[in-house]
Design a protein around this ligand. Structure first.
Ligand code: SF4
Length: 463
């Protein structure tokens, strides 16, 4: 959802008690893809109960901000977003403001005194009650009968994230997620598969399975289903549409033989693995509360490269954890280089309130954090740009995600199987005709940083 804070068009105050006019809601998300999915769920519940969506804070009756609190900067961005929208509404509109998600989960009752602009706070595990909270703040009766056709998900573009779990049981010492989102809870397979089916029927061509720790999906459910099984079931749903399925956020322990087998053998499951290692040095991993060692991680990645043809590897490195030395950082940089990760996200450690690591000695200074992050970022970019450039001259199926206006005119934009949507760059196609969701065959003729330029050699594959 793009908010439109410059829209100053006034709308008449609605008489919502008469039932003659649908209440309007503006939904804004701060944070990651997992949060986008949660916002989609709230959007579906609201629309299903008779709310109309608007992109204007001036026209909205209720403004709902789904917040992120993964890091201090994300909390700050969340609060600033709420205050900005509340101020626009106070000056030119009439909306009530609801703050949802991780910030209320993390800070609970403290917030009411500090943010009088907000009418209601809804923690992440209570978001299913959004309709009742919205009706409450608006002073309108709660609709119990759904309006019209059931909207399960707003579909934009040709790729969609599907959340398969929430929460996390690992309790890495630097991470506030388990405290914010609670224990690991797998989403039932039927709900996941229903959603995938609906998305594919609605024009989606790639589903990206996400969760804080996708590799342990199913371990808390009855029966013996695991992620490998789930991927095969999702593959069955996307197959008639020539669709793809990708899974993100696997922990090293989640790479079972069965999962490796599915990644090798099932054509719809992309041979793309995202394992956020965070670090490779044993004493840093122990202090982070994570298992494994340099040698174990090295042997895992070498096995994966050997067994899965054409594998693309993504990871995350966290630098500047308390007690990390210059030598440790050097070892991490060399490790990333040796494995040859195609894509690496780099985070500088941030001491998060309430975490074990925030109280550890030997915290790294801000200047040092920035310098260390830049050193790993340099390695990440060198590897990432080289991996992207290696695609030159190749021909790949590309899912069309949209059309963009450039200085040279309109161009199609899409992504190939080795690019996770919104993550790893895109393929830009300067000529040819196609619609969002089409799969076209492209020859790669140029590369810059993480971006590729393609020429369409075949359009509308599979139609
Ligand atoms: S596995 Fe990820 S979400 Fe879970 S505690 Fe560790 S860093 Fe946080």
């Amino acid at each position: 959802m793009t908010m439109n804070p410059t829209d100053t068009g006034q709308s008449p105050q609605r008489d919502m008690t008469s039932g003659s006019c649908a209440p309007t809601c503006l939904l804004v998300t701060v944070g990651c893809a997992k949060n986008e999915v949660d916002t989609d769920r709230m959007r579906a519940l609201l629309v299903d109960s008779g709310f109309e969506e608007t992109d204007s804070p001036v026209e909205a009756d209720v403004i709902i901000v789904n917040t992120c609190s993964f890091l201090g900067v994300a909390t700050q961005e969340s609060v600033e977003t709420v205050l900005e929208l509340a101020s626009i509404s106070a000056d030119e509109g009439h909306a009530h403001v609801i703050m949802c998600g991780c910030v209320p989960s993390r800070y609970g009752n403290e917030l009411a005194g500090e943010l009088p602009e907000v009418d209601a706070f809804v923690p992440a595990d209570k978001e299913d009650r959004i309709v009742s909270v919205a009706c409450d703040v608006l002073g309108i009766p709660l609709e119990t009968t759904p309006h019209g056709s059931r909207v399960l998900r707003t579909i934009e573009g040709a790729s969609a994230y599907v959340k398969i779990s929430d929460g996390c049981d690992r309790w890495c010492t630097f991470c506030a997620i388990p405290a914010i989102r609670g224990s690991y809870a797998s989403r039932p397979a039927e709900a996941i598969l229903d959603e995938v089916r609906m998305l594919m029927e609605g024009g989606v061509r790639e589903v990206v399975l996400i969760g804080q720790d996708t590799g342990v999906w199913g371990s808390d459910l009855e029966g013996d289903h695991d992620l490998a099984w789930l991927l095969l079931e999702v593959a069955r749903e996307v197959r008639p549409y020539r669709g793809w399925v990708r899974v993100l956020y696997l922990q090293p322990e989640g790479m079972t033989d069965r999962l490796i087998g599915v990644l090798c053998d099932c054509p719809e499951v992309l041979p793309y693995i995202d394992i956020p290692i965070q670090h490779c040095v044993e004493h840093v991993l122990r202090d982070m509360g994570r298992s494994g060692s340099h040698d174990e991680l090295a042997s895992l990645f070498s096995r994966l490269r050997k067994e899965i043809p054409g594998l693309v590897l993504r990871t995350t490195g966290l630098v500047g954890f308390p007690g990390e030395t210059e030598d440790d950082l050097e070892e991490l940089c060399e490790f990333i280089e040796d494995v040859g990760f195609d894509y690496t996200s780099v985070f500088a450690y941030s001491a998060e309130e309430g975490t074990v690591a925030a109280k550890l000695p030997n915290q790294v200074t801000e200047d040092e954090l920035t310098e260390r992050a830049q050193r790993l970022q340099d390695v990440a970019e060198r590897l990432g740009f080289a991996s992207t450039a290696r695609r030159m001259g190749g021909e790949f199926d590309v899912i069309i995600d949209g059309v963009e206006e450039t200085d040279e005119g309109m161009e199609l934009i899409g992504h190939a199987w080795f690019q996770a949507p919104d993550c790893d760059g895109a393929v830009h196609i300067e000529s040819g005709e196609a619609s969002v969701g089409d799969v076209v065959r492209c020859k790669i003729v140029d590369a810059f940083c993480y971006e590729l330029v393609g020429v369409m050699v075949e359009s509308h594959l599979g139609e």
